[in-house]
Ligand binder design. Structure first.
Ligand code: T4K
Length: 391
C-alpha cells in the first residue's frame, strides 16, 4: 500500500497512483453467478422474455413481503417508476421536492409538465427541512416528494402532517433506501407510495430497474395498467399508459441479488466503519453518520469538508482521481442549478442556502469493499490539503 506523508507523494504531483485500477462509486453488487445463469437458461427455455413474466412476479412478491406491503409494482427503472407514481397520484401544477437529490427526482415532474419547486434541506441530515417545505406551498401545490437521501430516512412524520394539513399527496423517492428501516419500520411503507431504484449502482440491482411499493389496491392497479400501455387482456386499452415493464432477465438478477442482500449490506457496513475510524478526530472533514433509530444499507460514504476547506474540494477530488479513487461530488451543484431549472428560476438559490452550502462541501467515496481498500489513502490525501498549502 502506498504511503502518503506529504504532498510530494501525491499522484497529482507526479508520484505513482495508490491504485492501478480505478475504484468507482457505485460498483455493482452481483450475487450467485451460477444461479443467475440457471435462471437465464429458464427464461430462454420458456421463451418468455418480458411482459409480466414469472420471474418478475416472483420478485414483486418477495419484495412486497420483505417490506410488509400489499403491492410491489416492478418497473424498467426508477425514473419511469417515479413518473408513473406521480401521474397515478394525480399530481399537477407544483410539487415540492429537494434540490439536493439526483436530478431524476425533478426531471420526473418536469417531464410531465409539473413544476418541481425546490425546498431547502436540513444540513445535518441532507433531507428536506419540513419548515422549508411549508414555506414553498402555494395554491398550485398538489404534492410533496420526500427523498430518503443516502438511505437516511426523510422526516416522514412531519411531511405527512404537512400533507394532511394542506390536502397534498405525499410520496417518497426511496431510490437509495432499499433494505433501510426507520424506527423499526422498513422504508417503502411511508406516504401514499414509495419508489425504489434497482440501478446497477444501487445496493440492490437488477441491471436497470425500479418498483413502486404501496398498500393502496386502486393505486397499484392504476400503475400496473400505466406500465403496460393501459392494456387489459389482448385488445382492450382502458387507460393512458407507457412502457414501464421490467424484463425477465432483470428480475433474474434481482432474485439472485435479493438472496445476497445481507452480505452486500455487511460489506458496506464494514467499509463505512473503516471511514468512521479513519475520520474520527480528523479536523478537516467528517463522515455523514446515521441516526441510531434507523437501520441503513451503508451504500453511500458521504464525507463533508469543514467550511474552511470547501475552496479546496475540487482539488481534493482531482487528487483522489489521480490516485485512481474516482470520488464523486454527488449531487453538486443541486438540481436548481441544472438545466432547465436554473433558467426557469434563476434565483431559486436564495431560498436554498443549506443546499448550496452542502453542495460545496460534499465528496462521495467508493463504498463497500472499495471503501475498505481506499479509506486510509483518502484520509492521507485530505490531510495534505488541510495544512494551509494547496496540496
Ligand atoms: N432518485 C434518486 C435519488 C436517484 O439517486 C436515482 C438514481 C433515481 C431517482 C433514478 O433511478 P434510475 O432511473 O437510475 O433507476 C448514477 C445512476 O445512473 C443513477 O441510477 C443513480 N441514481 C445516481 C446516483 O448514480 P451517474 O450519472 O452518476 O452514473 P455513472 O454512469 O457516472 O455511474 C456511476 C459510477 O458507477 C461510475 O463511477 C461507474 C460505476 N459503474 C456504473 C455502472 C452503470 C460501474 O462500475 N458499473 C456499471 O454498470 O448516475
Amino acid at each position: 500500500m502506498k504511503t502518503i506523508r506529504s504532498s510530494a507523494d501525491l499522484a497529482i504531483n507526479g508520484a505513482p497512483p495508490a491504485f492501478d485500477e480505478p475504484l468507482h462509486v457505485g460498483r455493482p453488487n452481483v450475487g450467485d453467478r451460477a444461479r443467475f445463469m440457471e435462471l437465464t437458461d429458464g427464461i430462454l427455455d420458456r421463451a418468455w422474455l418480458t411482459n409480466d413474466g414469472p420471474l418478475v412476479r416472483e420478485l414483486e412478491a418477495k419484495i412486497a413481503v420483505m417490506h410488509g406491503m400489499r403491492h410491489c409494482v416492478a418497473m424498467c427503472n426508477g425514473t419511469i417508476a417515479l413518473e408513473i407514481a406521480i401521474r397515478a397520484l394525480g399530481m399537477t401544477g407544483e410539487v415540492i421536492v429537494p434540490s439536493w437529490t439526483f436530478v431524476a427526482t425533478a426531471h420526473a415532474l418536469h417531464w410531465q409538465a409539473i413544476t418541481p419547486v425546490f425546498a431547502d434541506i436540513d444540513p445535518a441530515t441532507h433531507n428536506l427541512d419540513p419548515e422549508a417545505v411549508r414555506r414553498m406551498i402555494t395554491p398550485r401545490t398538489t404534492g410533496i416528494i420526500g427523498v430518503h437521501l443516502w438511505g437516511r430516512p426523510a422526516p416522514v412524520d412531519q411531511l405527512q402532517a404537512i400533507a394532511d394539513e394542506h390536502g397534498l399527496q405525499l410520496m417518497f423517492d426511496a431510490a437509495h433506501a432499499f433494505g433501510c428501516s426507520h424506527s423499526g419500520r422498513k422504508i417503502g411503507g411511508f406516504g401514499r407510495c414509495e419508489v425504489l431504484s434497482f440501478h446497477a449502482t444501487k445496493v440492490f440491482n437488477t441491471f436497470e430497474g425500479g418498483a413502486v411499493l404501496t398498500d393502496d389496491d386502486e393505486l397499484a392497479e392504476t400503475m400496473r395498467l400505466m406500465r403496460n400501455f393501459g392494456f387489459v387482456g389482448y385488445d382492450n386499452v382502458v387507460h393512458p399508459g407507457t412502457n414501464g415493464k421490467m424484463p425477465e432477465i432483470n428480475a433474474a438478477m434481482g432474485l439472485v441479488n435479493l438472496e445476497a442482500l445481507p452480505t452486500f449490506i455487511e460489506v458496506n457496513r464494514n467499509g463505512h466503519a473503516k471511514y468512521a475510524k479513519w475520520l474520527d478526530g480528523f479536523e478537516g472533514a467528517s463522515l455523514l453518520s446515521y441516526d441510531t433509530s434507523s437501520e441503513p444499507n451503508y451504500q453511500y460514504i458521504v464525507v463533508e469538508l469543514q467550511p474552511e476547506l470547501e475552496q479546496k474540494r475540487d482539488m481534493i477530488v482531482q487528487a483522489l482521481h489521480a490516485e485512481n479513487i474516482l470520488a464523486r461530488k454527488y449531487f453538486w451543484p443541486g438540481c436548481h442549478r441544472m438545466l432547465p431549472y436554473r433558467e426557469l428560476n434563476p434565483h431559486a438559490g436564495l431560498l436554498l442556502r443549506n443546499t448550496e452550502q452542502v453542495a460545496r462541501r460534499v465528496i462521495v467515496m467508493p463504498g463497500g469493499e472499495w471503501a475498505i481498500k481506499s479509506s486510509s489513502i483518502v484520509r492521507d490525501v485530505m490531510q495534505c490539503f488541510c495544512g494551509g498549502g494547496d496540496g
